[in-house]
Design a protein around this ligand. Structure first.
Ligand SMILES: [Zn+2]
Length: 255
């Protein structure tokens, strides 16, 4: 049962017939893992907190730097030098004190990563590191958890939802080769500030849809944004039957 305060706080989305009280209760009961509290993780965490995801788990091992503040809007100038997860937690709880925020000030890997993914209802990939992306994807496939993936660099962004509970969904590894180091990061190539907001808020929206079970999430599709022309393209994606991460599972007999 929601309190009067909660009914009022979330009233503008509860009045959406697709969400309603039942959908809001799913959001409040959900535990979502946000990996990376940088340019993408900032709007993701802010909107998920505001919308009432009941338990946010924030993972990042970085410290806030002056050069982050151009786009990492969950942090403030007074946070420079602090752990990003602590800075983000303070911002989120100021926005919505009624949610729970757990901080993991470390690099998630191995059994630690698997355990955090297994406990989550959805995982949001807000990292800019390819080895972490592949590890997150493998953990999500293994635990059958939806992965809401985003990337932004220079003036280009992309977003997709990988959810191998849906047989038509590829996983991240179906699309990208491991060990491909041609991919650049924002610290090397630069990025325009609002672009990470556009991609991150799209990830937040998709997370709410996946958790509450409404609308048609971006499963089996990728959205590509060209910020120079402000054109979004939607491409269909198919699972790779030979994928080393999800292919075996697809070929395994149903139990
Ligand atoms: Zn795959």
């Amino acid at each position: 049962m929601m309190t009067d305060d909660q009914l009022l706080r979330y009233s503008r989305q509860i009045m959406l017939p697709a969400l309603d009280v039942a959908g809001q209760e799913k959001l409040l009961a959900a535990r979502v893992l946000v990996v990376g509290l940088g340019g993408l993780g900032s709007p993701v965490a802010i909107y998920l907190a505001a919308a009432g995801i009941g338990h946010l788990v924030l993972a990042d091992f970085d410290r806030v730097d002056l050069s982050n503040l151009q786009r990492q809007i969950v942090h403030s100038s007074a946070d420079i030098g602090r752990p990003k997860v602590a800075s983000a937690r303070d911002s989120l709880l100021a926005l919505n004190p009624s949610i729970a925020v757990t901080v993991l000030d470390r690099k998630l890997e191995g059994a630690d990563l698997a355990e955090q993914v297994a406990q989550a209802d959805a995982v949001v990939d807000c990292t800019d590191n390819f080895s972490v992306r592949f590890a997150l994807n493998a953990a999500c496939v293994a635990a059958a958890k939806p992965l809401i993936s985003g990337a932004a660099i220079r003036m280009e962004g992309q977003v997709s939802v990988f959810d191998t509970r849906d047989p038509a969904s590829p996983c991240y590894r179906c699309l990208y080769q491991e060990g491909d180091d041609s991919q650049l990061t924002c610290s090397e190539s630069g990025v325009i500030a609002p672009l990470v907001g556009m991609i991150g808020t799209t990830q937040a929206l998709e997370t709410l849809k996946v958790v509450a079970g409404f609308g048609r999430p971006l499963v089996g599709r990728v959205l590509l944004l060209d910020a120079y022309t402000l054109e979004w393209r939607s491409l269909k994606l198919r699972p790779d039957p030979a994928c080393p991460v999800c292919g075996e599972q697809r070929h395994a007999p149903a139990v």
